[in-house]
Write a protein that binds this ligand. Structure first.
Ligand code: GAL
Length: 365
């Protein structure tokens, strides 16, 4: 009897829960849509980011509206507005210009749509809930460490070899409207500055300030066009030993301008060129001995972090974070989850990139 009564009560509860769930899913059916706004398809990494975020959300039953804005800010604003208008329940945004989304995100906030800032910090707005990214300062430090290691100033274990140089280097930074570009550059310069101060490294062109060496829209051709005349003049009778390139989308055109200036030959060996993202053309350049290093950021993991943030937000739960201090967007410190980047060279690409299933050996040619 008692059992029967408990059973009846449980059944009643189940019916009530089902009715509630049915009601919730009916009333908020459009909340199943997650808008994913990505910056560009010009780099493998962003293509993978979009694919991974969309696939993981779909596997959880969400409808995904994935849009790429091809580095055009008004297009990205219009895409986000359309996501708000279609009743998205949450947004994941990889910004082009981190300072240009304030107004459209105010509209998202007015519609109670939580926003996860993806990879790049969205600035000057209270209307982002969380930030999913890699440790960007560490990316810069790893780029600088690998540059020093490529020059022989550090050994494979990262210890100073007391080689005195001087080595001639050039510096390139990313897009000034992308918060990451500043963080990468500052992270790198923290490591490089003591060697510049000691004269172990010398910037041949003398161009060291961020505004001069930055590359609007991460356009690799722009960076190559800045470097070309420097190679013609400053390096007319000497060799550049290293180039700090902030991402593969820049390092690859930089390798081409170096090649057109005779580098990659017995007379003029390749300088130590860094990168970031493990984009396929750059990994091929690592294998060919042209690019020294890239920084691998597993976009599958970043997608996982962003997707789990979205899921928590949609369920009214608090997403997991591991850094609540580093990323002040000008309005507030944004609770963040930072993943660890990893240096990849010719020596470990097979283990790290192929071994983890990120690429097949075939894709790398
Ligand atoms: C940065 C990103 C890098 C690289 C770069 C150029 O914001 O963190 O991984 O992709 O943009 O796209």
């Amino acid at each position: 009897m008692r059992r029967a009564r408990i059973g009846a009560a449980a059944a009643a509860l189940l019916v009530a829960a089902a009715a509630l769930a049915g009601c919730a899913s009916g009333a908020t059916a459009t909340k199943q849509i997650v808008g994913v706004a990505m910056p560009t398809t010009t780099s493998d990494r962003w293509v993978n980011d979009g694919k991974n975020v969309a696939a993981q959300l779909r596997a959880l039953g969400r409808t995904v509206d994935l849009k790429y804005a091809e580095d055009d800010v008004p297009t990205q604003v219009a895409q986000i507005q359309a996501m708000i208008d279609e009743g998205a329940g949450a947004l994941v945004v990889g910004a082009i210009d981190g300072t240009a989304l304030k107004d459209v995100l105010a509209k998202a906030a007015a519609a109670n749509i939580p926003v996860v800032s993806y990879d790049r910090l969205i600035r000057d707005t209270p209307d982002i809930a969380y930030y999913a990214t890699f440790d960007n300062a560490l990316v810069g430090a790893q780029q600088a460490d690998s540059l020093l290691e490529g020059l022989g100033v550090l050994d494979a274990k990262g210890a100073d070899t007391h080689v005195t140089g001087p080595f001639l280097i050039e510096l390139i930074a990313g897009s000034p409207d992308d918060n990451n570009a500043t963080v990468f550059f500052q992270g790198a310069m923290k490591v490089l500055q003591p060697y510049l101060d000691a004269g172990v490294l010398v910037v041949g062109s003398g161009q060291t300030d961020f505004a001069t060496i930055a590359t609007p829209k991460w356009n690799g051709d722009t960076a190559a066009q800045r470097l070309g005349p420097i190679l013609d003049t400053v390096y007319a009778n000497k060799r550049v030993d290293a180039v700090l390139a902030p991402a593969d989308i820049i390092s690859v055109p930089v390798l081409e301008v170096l090649r057109s200036h005779g580098y990659g030959t017995a007379d003029k060996p390749w300088p130590v060129v860094t990168g970031q993202d493990a984009d396929i053309p750059a990994v091929k350049a690592l294998i060919a001995g042209e690019q020294h290093s890239t920084i691998y950021k597993d976009t599958r993991q970043l997608a996982e972090v962003a997707v789990s943030m979205v899921e928590s937000l949609l369920k009214g739960e608090e997403p997991e974070t591991n850094d609540n201090a580093s990323y002040d967007n000008g309005v507030k410190v944004v609770p963040s989850y930072l993943l660890k980047p990893q240096v990849v060279t010719k020596a470990n690409y097979a283990d790290v990139l192929v071994g983890s299933g990120y690429y097949t050996q075939q894709e790398l040619g």
